[in-house]
Design a protein around this ligand. Sequence first.
Ligand SMILES: NC(=O)c1ccc[n+]([C@@H]2O[C@H](COP(=O)([O-])OP(=O)(O)OC[C@H]3O[C@@H](n4cnc5c(N)ncnc54)[C@H](O)[C@@H]3O)[C@@H](O)[C@H]2O)c1
Length: 370
Amino acid sequence: VPFQTAQVEKINMTIEAGKNHYSVYIGHHLWDSLLFQSEVKSKKIFIVTDEMVEKFYLKKFIDSLKDKYEINYFVLPPGESFKTVLMVEKIATRLLELNYSRDSTLVAFGGGVVGDLAGFLASIYKRGLSYVQIPTTLVAQTTAAVGGKTGVNHALLKNAMGTFYHPQCVIMDTAFLMSLDDRQFSNGLSEVIGYGLILDADFFYWLKSIIFDNTAREIQNLKKIVFHCCRLKKSIVEEDEQDNGRRAILNFGHTFGHAIESLTHYQSFLHGEAVAIGMRIALTLSQLLGWISVEEVQLVIDVLLKANLPVQLPQSITVNDLMTAIQKDKKNNENEQRFILLKSIGEAIISSRIPLELVRNAIESSYSFR
Ligand SMILES: NC(=O)c1ccc[n+]([C@@H]2O[C@H](COP(=O)([O-])OP(=O)(O)OC[C@H]3O[C@@H](n4cnc5c(N)ncnc54)[C@H](O)[C@@H]3O)[C@@H](O)[C@H]2O)c1
């Protein structure tokens, strides 16, 4: 149970040429009300969480803070389908009824859905109040809670509305990851493997070794995964907070992944699973361009499979469907289709001059394991 003191690693984030400074704390059994109190000086806090996190942790969490703060909370049903403006408005109604002002603090306690939604609300409620991220999934600890992107979905587009709004601090306790089921853990590993592929070959080969040894969930390895991903994300976000340039490389596999999610109506794959198939297509495309070898593509496919991630396009999606769907990607500029590809393992590039015939070929080769 993540409610004891532990060794803490700290990463200082400096965003927008120094205008935003905040700390990201990482540790196992790190949860400690003293750490929270050292950061949060308001009298009233409001926790946004979901039913799963409530079941595992909410009572203990509140008990650890209730002597110091006036606490209220809102529990969302779990899942992506509740990351909506409607939910934002419902929570805002509670905040207004309970007289929450701009000097109160919102606490996002949950996975990426809770983090994105609570962050969005924090950025607009009375034109902005402080919020703290306490991420509880591997996805949230390695990507969603760092970098200040908030947002909600629209029926026509995922993350259609959002803001850039940084938390006051992020407290990451890897002990929360112990209660994730295997599928959710693998879902998170997909993005983690992606970091290695785009930014850090040594990290990728280290991940390969712990995935093949089945030790990725060991505490030391979990801490290293979360810490290293946050360091990598920090380096990208500090360089390009508003996602106008290099931050786009974090979308490796996502153009195809988003299209696969939408073509399967968000029913067949979790996001990380669709991204795993998307990364496989992007790898094959990189290989067709002569940048990486057939052996390297196969190695990554083997790592993804060992991590219990899918790598094959389902037969229900045709090449034409996918070609049409990727053209709707939010990351496209007005006139050009951009692809995030690998020059080598550990080095991504953004390219808008890829012959569409090669893209078709890469998709055609991705219905099989090899
Ligand atoms: N803001 C960003 O930069 C960014 C980056 C990546 C992803 N995201 C967003 O993050 C969301 C996906 O995040 P996610 O994968 O964490 O999804 P999620 O928040 O839906 O959590 C996944 C599931 O795990 C459950 N859960 C949460 N913590 C748990 C715990 N400790 N033990 C057991 N179960 C637990 C949740 O109830 C849910 O059912 C998407 O909406 C995506 O758009 C945002």
